[in-house]
Design a protein around this ligand. Structure first.
Ligand SMILES: *[C@@H]1O[C@H](CO)[C@@H](O)[C@H](O)[C@H]1NC(C)=O
Ligand SMILES: *[C@@H]1O[C@H](CO)[C@@H](O)[C@H](O)[C@H]1NC(C)=O
Ligand SMILES: *[C@@H]1O[C@H](CO)[C@@H](O)[C@H](O)[C@H]1NC(C)=O
Ligand SMILES: *[C@@H]1O[C@H](CO)[C@@H](O)[C@H](O)[C@H]1NC(C)=O
Ligand SMILES: *[C@@H]1O[C@H](CO)[C@@H](O)[C@H](O)[C@H]1NC(C)=O
Length: 344
C-alpha cells in the first residue's frame, strides 16, 4: 500500500517533469499581484480581426490556438504570439494567419454554452522563452471554490493613461458551480466554470474574451477556462464565466490532429465548500425584471470583443441598459481597482 502510493507519487512527478507544456520560465510568481512582465504568460495569443485587436487566445501546441466561439467572425483573422504590448514594438513576437477555424458544433450563441473554438495557424511556431504552449485541464479535473487562477488579456479596464497597452494579469478565485448558478439564475451549465471575488473588483472584461484562465500546479500552468461572458465586469456577485476546458479533452484531441497537446489532470484537495452553498434568492430585484435580465445577459452585457477594445465598446449595447449611470460608476470602480491591482 505504502509502496504503491510512493510509486504512484513518483509516476506523477515524472509525468509532470516530462510535460512539454505550461512552462513559463520567465514567470517567477507563486501568488501575488503585479503587472505582467514580458514572457510571464508565453501561451497568450492576441487575435486580430481585420487589423484590430479582437480577442485573446492560448497556444496549445505548435499549430493550434484555443479561443472562444463568440470570437469567431467573418474577416481576416491573424494571431500574434510572444506579444507584450499592443501598440509598442515586440521583439519576441511572431504572427500567423488563421487557415482553419473549428467552432464547437454545439455552441449556443444565446446561452453561451460550449463557447469554445480552435484556430489552425498557417505555419508552425517555434517555442522560445516568450512563446510556449499551455497545458489543458484534462477530463474530470476538479477546481474547488477558492482555487486561485490567473486571467490575462488586453481587454477593457486598462490603465487609461497609457491606453492599456501592456498585457494585463489578474488573480481570481474559482466560484463554485452552485454559487455561480445562484448569481446567474441557473444559466450556468456544466460546460462553464466561474471565477471572481464575491465583492467584485477583479475580473476579465471586454476584449479579454477567448483568452486563458490558468492555474499553477507545481512548475506548470494549466488552463482551466476560456474567457466567455459576465454580467458587467468585476461586479459583486457576478463572477466571470469561462468555458470549462476539462469538458473538451476529446473534442480538442479529435480536432487538433496532434498528439502534442498537453492535457494534465488537476485535482483540488479536500472538500469543496460549494457543495454546501445555500442560494438565498433576493426577495425582489430592484433594477430589472426577469425579462430584462435575460435580455442583457445574452445580448448586451457580456465581457467581450468590441471593435475598439475599449471598456465602453461602441456605447450602443451599453445604452440598452437603463441604468447607465450605475454602469459608469461600476466601471470607474473597476478601473480604479485594476489600477490598484496593477500597481502592487
Ligand atoms: C503565415 O502568416 C503570417 C502572417 O500573416 C505571414 O507573415 C507568413 O508569411 C505566413 N507563413 C506562411 C508559411 O504562409
Ligand atoms: C498608468 O500608465 C502611466 C503612463 O504609462 C504610468 O505612468 C502609470 O504608472 C500607470 N499606472 C499604473 C497603476 O499602472
Ligand atoms: C472523438 O473521436 C472519437 C473516435 O473517432 C469519437 O468516438 C468521439 O465521439 C469523438 N469525440 C468528440 C467529442 O468529438
Ligand atoms: C505523436 O505521434 C507520432 C506518430 O504516431 C509519433 O511518432 C510521435 O512520437 C508522437 N509524439 C508524441 C509527443 O507522443
Ligand atoms: C470532508 O467531508 C467529509 C464528509 O462530509 C468529512 O467526513 C470530512 O471530515 C471532510 N474533510 C475535511 C478536510 O473537511
Amino acid at each position: 500500500m505504502a509502496l504503491h502510493q510512493i510509486l504512484c507519487g513518483f509516476a506523477v512527478v515524472v509525468a509532470l517533469l516530462t510535460k512539454a507544456c505550461g512552462k513559463a520560465t520567465l514567470n517567477p510568481r507563486i501568488v501575488g499581484g503585479q503587472n505582467s512582465s514580458p514572457g510571464s504568460w508565453p501561451w497568450q495569443a492576441d487575435l486580430y480581426l481585420d487589423g484590430t485587436h479582437h480577442c485573446g487566445g492560448s497556444l496549445i501546441n505548435e499549430h493550434w490556438v484555443l479561443t472562444a466561439a463568440h470570437c469567431i467572425a467573418e474577416g481576416s483573422l491573424v494571431v500574434y504570439l510572444g506579444r507584450h504590448s499592443l501598440s509598442g514594438s515586440n521583439v519576441n513576437e511572431v504572427s500567423r494567419a488563421v487557415v482553419k477555424v473549428i467552432t464547437h458544433p454545439h455552441y449556443d450563441p444565446l446561452t453561451y454554452d460550449n463557447d469554445i473554438a480552435l484556430l489552425k495557424l498557417n505555419d508552425s511556431v517555434s517555442f522560445t522563452d516568450y512563446i510556449q504552449p499551455v497545458c489543458l485541464a484534462s477530463e474530470g479535473s476538479t477546481f474547488h471554490a477558492g482555487t486561485i487562477n490567473w486571467v490575462t488579456g488586453w481587454g477593457a479596464t486598462r490603465n487609461i493613461s497609457n491606453n492599456g497597452d501592456i498585457l494585463q494579469e489578474v488573480d481570481v478565485p474559482i466560484t463554485g458551480h452552485n454559487e455561480c448558478n445562484c448569481y446567474y439564475h441557473d444559466q450556468i451549465t456544466k460546460n462553464m466554470i466561474c471565477a471572481g471575488y464575491k465583492e467584485g473588483g477583479k475580473d476579465s472584461c471586454q476584449g479579454d474574451s477567448g483568452g486563458p484562465m490558468v492555474t499553477k500546479m507545481g512548475q506548470i500552468w494549466i488552463q482551466s477556462g476560456v474567457v466567455s461572458f459576465g454580467d458587467g465586469c468585476a461586479v459583486a456577485m457576478k463572477p466571470g464565466v469561462y468555458a470549462r476546458v476539462s469538458e473538451y479533452e476529446d473534442w480538442i484531441s479529435n480536432h487538433t490532429e496532434s498528439n502534442t497537446t498537453g492535457f494534465v489532470y488537476f485535482q483540488s484537495s479536500g472538500n469543496d465548500t460549494d457543495a454546501h452553498f445555500t442560494c438565498v434568492k433576493p426577495t425582489f430585484t430592484p433594477h430589472f425584471t426577469t425579462d430584462d435580465y435575460h435580455h442583457f445577459t445574452t445580448d448586451d452585457y457580456h465581457h467581450f470583443t468590441t471593435e475598439d477594445g475599449s471598456i465602453f465598446g461602441s456605447g450602443e449595447s451599453v445604452m440598452h441598459f437603463s441604468h447607465f449611470n450605475h454602469f459608469i460608476s461600476l466601471c470607474a470602480l473597476v478601473l480604479s481597482l485594476w489600477a490598484l491591482a496593477g500597481s502592487e
